[in-house]
Design a protein around this ligand. Structure first.
Ligand SMILES: [Zn+2]
Length: 82
């Protein structure tokens, strides 16, 4: 395990940068934090899968206007998990 002295990424932050991650424009350091968070968070894994499905369906990344709604969907999904 490589321990890097960076703060843990929150779910909120992951959602904020997910399009950059998918576009491969996320800086290496943030990418590492993103992937570490993802490894331990079922909700964000599901969210990433959902984003990939959306991209496949649309053929491109969804417009920014979808972000707020996607975020709410994610938070609602978390509420359903125990
Ligand atoms: Zn998360």
């Amino acid at each position: 395990m490589n321990e890097v002295e960076t703060p843990k990424m929150s779910c909120k932050e992951l959602v904020d940068v997910i399009t950059e991650y998918l576009e491969d424009t996320l800086p290496t350091e943030d990418r590492g934090r993103f992937e570490r968070h993802l490894a331990g968070c079922d909700g964000c894994q599901a969210y990433l899968d959902q984003m990939r499905e959306t991209i496949r369906a649309l053929g491109h990344l969804p417009p920014e206007s979808l972000s707020a709604e996607a975020e709410r969907t994610l938070l609602e999904a978390f509420r359903g998990w125990r």
